[in-house]
Design a binder for this molecule. Structure first.
Ligand code: F6R
Length: 247
């Protein structure tokens, strides 16, 4: 595990974007694993900027996203597909047919999880996977649990997640209660993993992820077992490591 600490969000975003840019340059038909949330927005902004500057060509790139809410598709501005289109895909020369997000509107969600897992395999696996992290150590929708979730699966959202999401929807009935998520096993099969985190709320969990016990109570701690993980954090998210490890 390599831990890089940056002075701020901008520097963190640029470092992560550089790794993804290098991947696209070295292997133009690579498979990028992508994430949603507030953390990767700056990374995507850099990739868009370098595409516009003529440095990056996404015409052969394929992407797979970590997760999607059940019941939502791109027509909902809360869907992860909508997020990806608006924050990245609409601004670069990627073929949308090569971009993959689990289908939250699939009639048979169990079949959709199998399809998604098979799709990743058929693409030859993920070259580099971008991850954010929840304050409780979740990666994708893999919440703290008594066992690591292996493959792409359906997740029942916790009451606290449903409550936290309620502000984005017109009524409680509209708030998604379920999601489709890559499992920890799926993520661990990526050839390279880049996890980004910023802000003081992520400090304790970054320490736990890097130096705590490997436990499904901290899903991201599984990354300690992966041979090629780079964790990039800003100064705030590095604070607990600096305090406990003396730098
Ligand atoms: C997003 C995802 C989530 C987020 C995590 C952090 O696709 O799978 O695990 O990475 O919740 O979210 P932010 O970046 O908003 O702090």
């Amino acid at each position: 595990m390599k831990l890089i600490h940056c002075k701020d969000y901008q520097e963190m975003s640029k470092k992560a974007a550089e790794i993804f840019a290098a991947q696209v340059i070295l292997k133009p038909d690579c498979v990028l694993g992508l994430a949603t949330g507030s953390t990767p927005v700056g990374t995507y902004e850099h990739l868009i900027e370098w595409y516009k500057a003529g440095i990056l060509d996404f015409s052969q790139v394929k992407t797979v996203n970590l997760d999607e809410y059940v019941g939502l598709d791109e027509t909902s501005d809360q869907s992860y597909r909508y997020f990806m289109n608006h924050n990245l895909f609409d601004h670069i020369n990627i073929d949308k047919a090569n971009t993959n997000v689990p289908n939250g509107k699939a009639p048979d969600i169990a079949a959709e999880t199998d399809r998604y897992e098979a799709l990743i395999k058929s693409l030859g696996g993920i070259d580099v996977q971008l991850l954010g992290i929840g304050n409780n150590g979740h990666i994708a929708f893999n919440e703290p649990h008594d066992a690591f979730d292996g493959r792409t699966h359906e997740v029942q959202l916790t009451e606290s997640t449903i409550q936290a999401n309620a502000r984005f929807f017109a009524s409680m009935d509209d708030v998604p209660k379920r999601a489709v998520s890559m499992g920890i096993g799926t993520i661990m099969q990526a050839r390279k993993i880049v996890l980004i985190a910023n802000g003081p709320k992520k400090a304790d969990i970054i320490y736990e992820t890097c130096f705590g016990p490997i436990t499904p109570n901290v899903p991201a701690s599984a990354l300690q077992l992966h041979p090629d993980v780079t964790i990039i954090v800003d100064e705030d998210a590095y604070a607990a490591v600096a305090a406990k490890c003396g730098k």
